[in-house]
Each structure stands twice: as C-alpha cells, then as structure tokens.
Design a protein around this ligand. Sequence first.
Ligand SMILES: [Zn+2]
Length: 78
Amino acid sequence: MKIEAKSLVALLWEFDTEQKCIDHFTEVRWPDGVQCLRCDSSRVYKRSDGQFRCGDCRYTFSVRKGTVFDLNPTGFLF
Ligand SMILES: [Zn+2]
C-alpha cells in the first residue's frame, strides 16, 4: 500500500476499525517483524487486546507507543 499517494485523512477514512489501523501501522513500523521498544528483542508476542509483550524483558507496549498517535486517547479513529 502506498501511503504517500494519499492524504493522512483519506487514509484514515479507509480504516473502519481500530484493529485494521493497528495491523497497518504494525506493518509500516516493523516491516521485518515487531521489535521490543525497550530491549530490541524480536521475541515479541501479540496479546488478545492488541498490545505487544516482550518475551525477554516483559515490556508491554502498543504500536502507537512513541508515535503521534500516542497522544490521541481515543485511538486511531476520529
Ligand atoms: Zn524487551
């Protein structure tokens, strides 16, 4: 998917569920697989609530952590 060809707003309108957003941003942020934000381990597991948990340092984080979306408490959707 080419993001740069679309405005962010147009892109967001395509995501009708929070889960689709999470999946997409996970792919964009970690194209080679999710890595722990604290220890860079690739032994990261996805939890049922959509958050990630590091198998090494047990750090729990979301794909939004440290991004602009981290500031929006309502999630990705408006
Ligand atoms: Zn870790």
